[in-house]
Design a protein around this ligand. Structure first.
Ligand code: ATP
Ligand code: MG
Length: 271
C-alpha cells in the first residue's frame, strides 16, 4: 500500500486578489506569459505557492509559482554561516564574495541594499535548483525567476498539491528506497558544490511513490566556507532520524564522514 495522507495542504480560493497580481507579474515579465493561477497551494510565513496552468510552450501542464513576501528576510538567513557561504549581490548588483564581511554589513544598512540582498538570495535559490536539475537531481524543474517569484514544475494534481514527507505515512517497503534516493540527491548536490542546509521531512514532497527535494533558499557552497560542514551533517542526521521510524537504521555520522571525505577531503574539525 502506498503512503496514506495524514493531512493535506490548505488549498482554497482565498487570496484570489493576490492570485491576480501573480498572474499579472508573470504575464508582464515572462515570455511564455499567458498562464492562469488556479489556486493557492501553500500560504506560509515567508512565501505563498500558487498552482498555475502552464503555457503549452513550457512542456508541462502546471507550474508552481513561489512568491516571497515583500521585504522578507529570514532571520536564519542572516546567520553568518549562511551569509558567508555564497556569493551575494550588493545594491549595485556587484558580487560580494564569501569573505567580504565588511561589504555585506554596509549593504544591509540601506533599504536598497537589503532589497538587493533579498533578490540575491532568491536568485541563488533559483540557480541552485537549475544546477541540480541539470545534473539529474529530484527537484522540481525550474523555469524562471522574476523578482521575488520563482516559477517551477508543480508537484501534485490540481487542488491536491503533493504532501510533504512529514505529512504522509510511508508503506514499509517504500522507506528504504526513498531514503537511498534522498541520500543520492544529497551526495549529488555536494559533488556539484551545494548543500541544501535546511533538509528535513518538511522540505521533501512525496507524490506517487517518489520524492522531490524543494526549498533551496538556504543552500550554501562548501567551497566558499568549510564551516558549512555542520549544515551538511545536520541534513543527513535529520534524514536518518526521519527514516529510523520505518526501521531504516543507518549510522548518520558514518554516512556524513564517508560522503564528505570522498567529495571534499578531510572533515574540517579533524583537518
Ligand atoms: N514545486 C512545488 N509543487 C507543489 N507544491 C510546492 C512546490 N514548491 C513548494 N510547494 C508547497 O509550498 C510549501 C512551501 O514551499 P517551500 O518549502 O519552498 O517554502 P518555504 O520558504 O518553506 O515557505 P514558508 O516558510 O512560508 O512555509 C511546500 O511545503 C509545499 O507544500
Ligand atoms: Mg520549506
Amino acid at each position: 500500500m502506498k503512503a496514506a495522507l495524514m493531512s493535506s495542504a490548505g488549498c482554497t480560493n482565498r487570496r484570489m486578489k493576490s492570485g491576480r497580481a501573480v498572474r499579472h507579474l508573470i504575464q508582464r515579465c515572462w515570455r511564455p506569459g499567458a498562464i492562469d493561477v488556479l489556486h493557492e497551494a501553500h500560504g506560509g510565513k515567508e512565501a505563498t505557492v500558487y498552482c498555475c496552468q502552464a503555457h503549452p510552450s513550457t512542456g508541462v501542464e502546471y507550474l508552481a509559482a513561489k512568491i516571497y513576501r515583500p521585504r522578507m528576510f529570514r532571520s536564519l538567513r542572516n546567520d553568518a554561516i549562511y551569509r558567508f557561504s555564497r556569493v551575494q549581490r550588493d545594491e549595485q548588483g556587484q558580487a560580494e564574495h564569501g569573505n567580504s564581511r565588511r561589504g555585506s554589513a554596509a549593504t544591509r544598512k540601506t533599504e536598497r541594499g537589503r532589497a538587493a540582498q533579498v533578490a540575491s538570495w532568491i536568485e541563488y535559490e533559483y540557480q541552485t535548483q537549475r544546477l541540480l536539475y541539470a545534473h539529474g537531481a529530484n527537484v522540481p524543474r525550474p523555469f524562471a525567476q522574476i523578482g521575488n517569484a520563482v516559477l517551477m514544475e508543480y508537484i501534485g494534481a490540481v487542488g491536491d498539491p503533493a504532501p510533504r514527507l512529514n505529512d504522509v505515512m510511508l508503506a514499509q517497503e517504500e522507506a528504504q528506497p526513498l531514503f537511498e534516493c534522498i541520500l543520492r540527491n544529497v551526495e549529488l548536490a555536494l559533488s556539484h558544490g551545494r548543500i541544501h542546509a535546511d533538509l528535513s521531512a518538511y522540505n521533501v514532497l512525496y507524490w506517487q511513490g517518489t520524492v522531490t527535494l524543494i526549498d533551496f533558499a538556504q543552500a550554501v557552497d562548501p567551497y566558499h566556507n568549510s564551516d558549512v560542514f555542520s549544515l551538511f551533517a545536520r541534513d543527513i542526521e535529520r534524514t536518518c532520524q526521519y527514516f529510523a521510524r520505518y526501521g531504516v537504521n543507518r549510522d548518520a555520522h558514518e554516512l556524513v564522514r564517508k560522503i564528505w571525505t570522498y567529495h571534499m577531503g578531510p572533515i574540517p574539525e579533524l583537518a
